[in-house]
Ligand binder design. Structure first.
Ligand SMILES: [Ca+2]
Ligand SMILES: [Ca+2]
Length: 392
């Protein structure tokens, strides 16, 4: 009887190994450097009252109007860090520093005060602020940066993650620096919408977020035209990469040089179409749900970003035939909401599947279309009011 149990165990291991040739890449915490684009999270909980996890207001607080918020690294109580913005020169002089209860003892001491400096895009930035999160009895360093717009009376502080986890993988015979980013800033990694994998594809020592070196985490990622299967540790301590060849099929879209987003039960996949509108996709059942589509109009190229909560189309991708994706169509939609003596007008572009068209722009140089104008006229055709829509 005992012997039979042993045989079963050996068989299970053999079957799981037979699926591929997995390499394990150990990842290490890497302290933040400037010039790297990090994911951002806005803290809508910004409040005039101190949060309950703060027992004392800091003695060094100079403003009478602090802006409090909680930095949540995860769902547990020990992943909650109280923070506040302060005006060092006193009330009304401008928020220029932050306090963070880094050791979570309910107090913000003098060594937990951080002075802001001017950051990119006109923000004031503090950090890196190192926080410590515990996991299975281990302490994990976690660095964030906090930023806000200067001069605002009620600033909305935002945090960006200030670190990455990196290591080296062997891909296509080369040693490639790879890493993970916690896009959701929730302290969790995994295959379902929980972050991105970064690859230093051009071997310049940097992860270039805007030029295709960052990919949504899913069970596949692409390197030099080839798909690899991927497994990720929830803690971000390791990832596993399968060297076995992944069979691919094709999808065709009318949008050339565009990015298409798919998902299956295990996560997301983003692929790019070539100049003929063709993209390779690993064989399997995928649901198309989003796009960064490029359109040409009057000699100009516009990028339209659409994202659907529902799935636009199921694609059963096989190796034999190319899946044809339907055309994208957009409808302008104007809605008016009456609240007492006030009427709110909203103008948006809606996709054919009810997807939200969140952005339209031109790249290089970045440009948005002119803001639409709303003209209200009476029954006699006389113009009563003319208003510009503001984005947002
Ligand atoms: Ca403290
Ligand atoms: Ca690079």
């Amino acid at each position: 009887m005992l012997k039979r149990v042993g045989v079963v165990a050996v068989l299970v291991m053999t079957v799981s190994d037979a699926f591929g040739d997995w390499q394990t890449v150990k990842l290490k915490y890497e302290a933040p450097k400037d010039g790297f684009r990090y994911p951002t999270r806005m803290w809508r909980g910004a409040d005039k009252e101190p949060p309950t996890n703060l027992k004392e207001t800091p003695a060094a607080m100079a403003t009478k109007h602090p802006v409090y918020f909680n930095i949540e690294l995860g769902p547990k109580a020990d992943e909650l860090f109280a923070a506040a913005l302060d005006e060092s020169k006193g009330d009304g002089k401008g928020y220029d520093r932050a306090f963070v209860d880094c050791n979570r003892n309910g107090r913000m001491d003098s060594d937990e005060m951080f002075t802001a400096k001017n950051g990119a895009d006109g923000f004031l930035v503090v950090g890196p602020v190192e926080l410590r999160r515990s996991k299975n009895g281990k302490t994990i360093p976690w660095a964030i940066r906090i930023e806000w717009r200067p001069g605002e009376r009620d600033p909305y502080p935002m945090t960006t993650i200030g670190f990455k986890k990196t290591g080296y993988a062997k891909l296509n015979g080369k040693r490639v620096r790879v890493g993970l980013m916690d896009e959701r800033l929730n302290g969790r990694f995994g295959l379902r919408f929980q972050g991105s994998i970064i690859l230093d594809e051009d071997v310049d020592g940097k992860f270039d977020m805007g030029t295709g070196e960052s990919h949504i985490l899913g069970k596949y990622f692409r390197y030099q035209g080839r798909f690899y299967r991927l497994q990720v540790d929830e803690n971000g301590d390791w990832l596993k990469i399968d060297d076995a060849i992944v069979p691919v099929g094709k999808v065709w879209s009318e949008c050339k040089d565009s990015d298409l987003s798919f998902q299956d039960n295990d996560g997301c996949l983003s692929v790019s179409t070539d100049s003929n509108g063709v993209a390779e996709v690993p064989v399997g059942t995928w649901w198309w749900y989003g796009y960064h589509a490029m359109f040409k109009q009057d000699g100009k190229t516009w990028r339209v970003i659409g994202d659907s909560q529902r799935n636009i189309m199921q694609c059963d991708v096989g190796t034999e035939r190319t899946i044809r994706l339907p055309s994208l169509q957009f409808t302008p939609k104007l809605t008016a909401t009456v609240r007492g003596r006030e009427i709110n007008f909203e103008f948006k572009l809606e996709g054919r599947w009810g997807e939200q068209v969140s952005n339209i722009n031109q790249l290089n140089p970045f440009k948005q279309p002119p803001e639409p104008k709303l003209i209200l006229s009476g029954p006699d055709g006389k113009v009563l009011a003319s208003l510009d829509f503001k984005p947002g």
